[in-house]
Each structure stands twice: as structure tokens, then as C-alpha cells.
Design a protein around this ligand. Structure first.
Ligand code: FAD
Ligand code: MLT
Ligand code: ZN
Length: 474
């Protein structure tokens, strides 16, 4: 807060938002200051918690007039430090948590209008109650919010079938950096009216304004589903299995996730009740999830036929099929708990990268070898969304190494992985975003006209540079 007017602005914000709408007690600020990975810890004079869009707009106007920078925050599950303030103590955190209403759901239009602070799991539940599906699904869905998943253009487990958050958004309501409200909550499948402004705010990570509500696209609920965990011979056969399923029925695959033996081992050892329904440990696993909206889709015969073929070819070494809802959930848990298990095992460096789907085996193999050469004893833990080309090429510290010494090598590790990603025609940021962690990579990967246009867009929409400074753009 600028020194010349701390009290007047705080007083005005307090009067506007009321006692529930502004936090200043250090204990209340605490959960808003550090990111999930504990990479960053910032300071803020207060956390604003507006109750609705109009209140947020008025608060933004007051802060804009005082030149105060703002940091939007949803569930604070960012993997790249996107939702926390810097160490300077001037940036004000704005939590969208109280904008948590589902305003409307329409099973004929197949749309839901949800406010930014609605938790992703709650949005899925509301859709289910109306007999529909909101298909976005990720490990942090019990905490991540609609505003957050749109602002990062989150992907998750079902991108292979339903696309990223962007593909699930039809319209937006936004509070712009000057406090104006833009109501673009149109629920249209076709709307060619000039530049598609709504898409600018998706993936902008809060640098262009606040998403306050969104029209989300719903789908029919599957009537049948199957989940299997397969131990695979190697990375290539993991991808070959994906192809076998796709060749049989392109519409059947809802998720296709790769896991390494190291990651599955962490899960079994470090997560409560973490059991793996296969008797012999393997170096490579995939989780395949099939789903169909047709009642007679025959997913079980399809699953069994493909697995049998791949077993005979020596590609699948062993497989377990979930026989009940509980068993299917238990298989999914092995995958979903990977980030938590890695956190418990000590320091890790994450590389959220993507390559063309066909190159995922090469990425996993080459990046693992290169990192082992770089840091002897390092433990590669590649896992993730093989079906859409997004591998979390994560590295765990060597056993017994000082975590700080390992993290000091983060830059070298990321460079090593990224060199291979570049060679394979991939991207250094697939679904987590740039946040604060990767701003220094933007010039090297997106420099030239692409970055210059982004900077011009930023200046046009946020001329004072008050929205989430220090994030995304270098
Ligand atoms: P926050 O972390 O609060 O914010 C994220 C960014 O969006 C920040 O830059 C913030 O300033 C901005 N922002 C938040 N709300 C708004 C708003 N209303 N308007 C404007 N800007 C806003 N991501 C994936 O894509 N796929 C995964 O599979 C996945 N798995 C995860 C698993 C775990 C265990 C965790 C901790 C995270 C995972 N993530 C994943 C990362 C994370 O990006 C997502 O959880 C989610 O997109 C973030 O939502 P959030 O509400 O927590 O946003
Ligand atoms: C996930 O898919 O679980 C996360 O996006 C990956 C991670 O923790 O690196
Ligand atoms: Zn992921």
C-alpha cells in the first residue's frame, strides 16, 4: 500500500466490503501468502474477499485510483506460484472464494453458469445432479476453482476426450483492471462477432483482469465406464496401447495416463492405504479409463480384447481391471496421489511439458537419461497425460541429498529437459502455466513478434500494470 495513503484506502475498502470482506490479521493472511509447492512466500497488507461482482468492481476501482497492484487468488493450487504476492508487501491479494454461486444450469443448452469461486468438484457435483457431466478433472479438484482453472487453462486427466478448460468455456464475465464489468456470459455455440475476447482471459493467469463468472459447457453423462491399471514393458508399448484402444474405438478413451515404477513406488510407500493391485512391480504403468454414453457400448469386451492382444504381444506384462466403483476409484487414486507422494519424498523439480503424442516415449527416455547424467542418483518420476502429449517430467532429489542443494540445480534440470522438449517440437509449459516460475523462459521460447504482441495486449488492457505483476510476462 503506498505510504502516503495507507489508512484512507484500507478504510474505504473496509467500508465497501464489510468485516467478512477484508482480512488484515496476520493469522488470517497466512494461507494466502505461500503456494502449494512452498516455492514462494510473499507479503500482503490485506486480503480482499468481495461477496459479488459489483463489490469486486468497486474495490478494483479504488485500488486502481491508488495505483495498488492486485493478485487474483482462487484455490491457491498453482504449481508455478501464480496466485501469491511477491515479497515487496504492496501487492493486495484478492480472493474470489465468496463468489461461489452456480447461477444457472440448463440441461437442454448443456450449459452451467458458475461464479469464479465455485470449487471444481462442486461444479462437477451440480452438473451430476442435473444429469449432466462437467468433464474437467484433476487432482486438485477439491480445492481448485472455476476462476483458477480457466485462468490457467487447466488440462488434467480428460483433455484427450473433452479438451482443456478453454474448450469447456462458452462465455465469461470479467472485471477489467479499471473496475469496469464486461458481461460476456453468452451461452452460444456460434458467436463470430469480432475478436474472441473471452479467450484472451483464459490462460492469462490473472494478468488482464478478474474472471468473475463463466458459462461452462456440459456433456452427457457416461452410462458405462471401465478402468484398468497395466504394467507395461517400456515407454513405447505404453503409447502402443493407447493406439490399440484408439484404433478399435476412437470415442471410448476418456483418460490415458502414464506412470513410472518410481512414482507408483512412492505412492505405495508414502500414501495411507496406498496399495497397488498388481503383484509384480514394473518400471512402467498406464491407467486406461474408457467411458461411453451408450448403454450398450460393450466397453468390457473392448477392454479385454485389447489387453489380451497386448499381453500376447508381450507389451502388457500384467493388468488389473476395476470390478467395482471402489476398485476403479482405488486405481485412479494411484495416479491422483502422485503429486502428494512426490512432495512427501522430499525436494522435486517439476517440468510440465508437452510434445506431440507420438514423441512421448522418446521424451521420457531421453529426458530421464540426460537428467541422470546431469545429477548422478537423481530419480526421474515421469507421469501424466500421455494421451494428450503432456508428460510431467518430474525429477526427485537423489536419496540422502540435501533438498536445498538439489533445488539449487533446478535451473540446470529444467534447461536439460527443455532442450529435449524443444528438439521434439514441444512446449515448456503444457497446463500449469507460466506464473512466476517460468517468466524467464518466455523470451527464449516465445520471443519476437509473439511476445511483443502479448506485451502490447497487456498494455492495452492494463495500462497501469496493476494486474498480477511479475507473472507470465518477463
Ligand atoms: P490459483 O492457484 O488460485 O490461481 C492460479 C492462477 O490463476 C494465478 O495466476 C491466479 O492469479 C489466477 N486466478 C485465479 N483465479 C482467478 C480469477 N478468478 N480471475 C483471474 N485470475 C485468476 N493443473 C492442471 O492443469 N492439470 C492437472 O492435472 C493439475 N493437477 C494438480 C494437482 C495438484 C495436487 C495441484 C496442487 C495442482 C494441480 N494443477 C493441475 C495445477 C493448478 O493449475 C490447478 O489446480 C488449477 O488450475 C488452479 O486453480 P486455483 O483455483 O487453485 O487457482
Ligand atoms: C498432475 O497431473 O497430477 C499434476 O498436474 C502434475 C504435477 O504434480 O506435476
Ligand atoms: Zn497434470
Amino acid at each position: 500500500m503506498p505510504d502516503d495513503q495507507p489508512l484512507p484506502l484500507l478504510d474505504r475498502l473496509s467500508a465497501l466490503l464489510g468485516p467478512r470482506g477484508i482480512l488484515t490479521d496476520p493469522a488470517d493472511l497466512e494461507p494466502h501468502l505461500a503456494d502449494w509447492r512452498l516455492l514462494y512466500r510473499g507479503r500482503t497488507p490485506c486480503v480482499l474477499r468481495p461477496a459479488n461482482t459489483a463489490e469486486l468492481a468497486e474495490a478494483v476501482k479504488l485500488c486502481a485510483a491508488a495505483g495498488v497492484p492486485l493478485v487474483p487468488q482462487g484455490g491457491n493450487t498453482s504449481m508455478v506460484g501464480g496466485g501469491v504476492p511477491d515479497e515487496g508487501g504492496r501487492q493486495v491479494v484478492v480472493s474470489l472464494a465468496r463468489l461461489n454461486r452456480v447461477r444457472d444450469i440448463d440441461p437442454l443448452d448443456m450449459t452451467m453458469t458458475a461464479e469464479a469461486g465455485v470449487v471444481l468438484k462442486a461444479a462437477q457435483d451440480v452438473a451430476a445432479e442435473a444429469g449432466c457431466l462437467f468433464p474437467l478433472s484433476l487432482g486438485a479438484e477439491g480445492t481448485a476453482t472455476i476462476g483458477g482453472v480457466l485462468s490457467t487453462n487447466a488440462g488434467g486427466n480428460t483433455t484427450v476426450r473433452y479438451g482443456n478448460a478453454r474448450e469447456l468455456m462458452l462465455g465469461l464475465e470479467v472485471v477489467l483492471p479499471d473496475g469496469q464489468i464486461w458481461n460476456g456470459l453468452r451461452r452460444l455455440r456460434k458467436d463470430n462477432t469480432g475478436y474472441a475476447l473471452r479467450h484472451l482471459f483464459v490462460g492469462a493467469e490473472g494478468t488482464l483482469g478478474f474472471i468473475t463468472a463463466a458459462v461452462l459447457r456440459l456433456y452427457a453423462r457416461p452410462k458405462e465406464s471401465e478402468v484398468a491399471l497395466c504394467a507395461m514393458r517400456d515407454e513405447e508399448t505404453a503409447l502402443a496401447l493407447f493406439r490399440r484402444f484408439r484404433d478399435r474405438d476412437e470415442t471410448a478413451v476418456r483418460a490415458f495416463e502414464y506412470m513410472s515404477g518410481t512414482g507408483v513406488g512412492f505412492y505405495a510407500r508414502l500414501i495411507e492405504g496406498g496399495s497397488v493391485p498388481l503383484s509384480t512391480p514394473a518400471e512402467h504403468y498406464v491407467l486406461v479409463d474408457l467411458a461411453s454414453t451408450r448403454p450398450d457400448a460393450g466397453l468390457r469386451p473392448l477392454l479385454e480384447a485389447v489387453l489380451e492382444e497386448a499381453l500376447e504381444a508381450g507389451e502388457v506384462l500384467d493388468a488389473a481391471i476395476g470390478e467395482s466403483e471402489a476398485q476403479r476409484a482405488a486405481i485412479w487414486r494411484i495416479r491422483e496421489e502422485h503429486p502428494e507422494a512426490q512432495k512427501r519424498e522430499g525436494a522435486s523439480v517439476k517440468n510440465d511439458v508437452s510434445v506431440p503424442v507420438s514423441r512421448t516415449p522418446e521424451l521420457i527416455r531421453r529426458a530421464s537419461e540426460a537428467c541422470r547424467r546431469l545429477i548422478p542418483g537423481v530419480r526421474p518420476v515421469p507421469f501424466g497425460h500421455m494421451g494428450d502429449g503432456n508428460i510431467h517430467m518430474n525429477l526427485q532429489q537423489p536419496e540422502g541429498m540435501d533438498p536445498a542443494a538439489f533445488l539449487a540445480r533446478s535451473h540446470d534440470i529444467m534447461e536439460t529437459v527443455n532442450e529435449i522438449v524443444r528438439d521434439l517440437g514441444g512446449s515448456f509449459s503444457a497446463e500449469h502455466g507460466i506464473g512466476r516460475l517460468k517468466t524467464d523462459m518466455m523470451e527464449g521460447w516465445r520471443g519476437g513478434p509473439e511476445l511483443a504482441v502479448m506485451q502490447r495486449i497487456k498494455r492495452a488492457i492494463d495500462p497501469q500494470g496493476l494486474m498480477n505483476p511479475g507473472k507470465v510476462l518477463p
